[in-house]
Design a protein around this ligand. Sequence first.
Ligand code: AMP
Length: 113
Amino acid sequence: MEDCIFCKIIDGSIPSNKAYEDDKIVAFHDLEPQAPVHVLVIPKQHICCADKIDESNADVIAHIFTKIPEIAKSLGLTNGYRIVTNCGKEGCQSVYHIHFHLMGGKQLNGRMA
Ligand code: AMP
């Protein structure tokens, strides 16, 4: 997808600090981490946001969630973590390529909104 910064991270034209990659997904460290560990897990397939998850792309979303425990362990998140996806304007989504924030490495705040 032209002009999508995460598609450019996937194709290597924008550098990233990758934590995990396979044929379907990539996880890379957030540029502005909000926790000691803060990575973004994204599908290589361009899906704009959670509102566009459907039967045609549910397999890659499921794949992300089956890999998150492995990614979390590899980053030392043995005492828990948070997974967040922001969707749309009121959800404060700023990059319109679906991504799951995986955050941890400290006791997180209980409030989410
Ligand atoms: P959201 O606001 O939920 O759309 O999250 C977008 C996230 O992408 C933010 O946490 C940004 O810090 C992060 N981000 C934006 N550009 C990059 C980049 N080039 N490399 C890593 N993280 C990025």
